[in-house]
Design a protein around this ligand. Sequence first.
Ligand code: UDP
Ligand code: MN
Length: 261
Amino acid sequence: DVPKIYVITPTYARLVQKAELTRLSHTFLHVPQLHWIVVEDSPHPTSLVTDFLAASGLTYTHLHKLTPKDRKLQEGDPSWLKPRGAEQRNEGLRWLREMGAAAEGKEAAALEEAVVYFADDDNTYSLQLFEEMRYTYRVSVWPVGLVGGMKFERPVVEDGKVVRFHTGWRPNRPFPIDMAGFAVSLRTVMTNPEARFDGDAQMGFLESSFLQNLVTMDDLEPKADLCTKVLVWHTRTEKPKMKREDALQKQGLGSDPDVEI
Ligand code: UDP
Ligand code: MN
């Protein structure tokens, strides 16, 4: 069998959640040997996500971890104020380490080859991306489209090695790479049990808070034709306007709340 890909996805309840998860699951259904770790930002598993996963046809693990209130973005806060999804990605890592430690024999041997990827629920992923990351020794990297106020950001490769990063913003961050732009081998996650995302990290430093304990720039494995191809896009979904819904609701004519959307 080809190496397994463990995909960790933080997700939270909002109007577009089921639409995002539907789109994402349809991508993942095309990827062999993919195990989806869905981590809800909620105090308990929701029925929407529970039922959705059960019907998805994917191999999955359903976790939940509520972001503490002081770390959560409040309505009206600028979106860059606090990192999103940090606690949930750490919860996914915790599950992986526990699962990895308990594995024995053949199963443990297979996990030696596995890879971990952090896939937000709203991005757009090409199928080719998963084949690029599948064979990762330590940390593999590639370009990300439509991110950081740029057409794309990417590691710059010279003589087969990453030597710097093409980014428009704070290029001096240890790893100016978007969450969607790297994958880590499970072995690396297991041998660095303290590596995690710092939920208090400064804007733009969340990825670095994790990666700087795992690798140096010299170790990075450039994928996607030496980082010349964009295979993932940092798309963002518009928040649906509920003007009419709210108006109708005031007259007792809102959409039936028993219908799941
Ligand atoms: N997320 C979350 N809780 C939140 C906000 C976001 O779990 O309160 C998840 C979200 O579902 C996504 C990831 O964290 O998978 C990144 O969030 P978002 O896409 O909003 O970040 P951005 O694209 O703005 O960087
Ligand atoms: Mn996003």
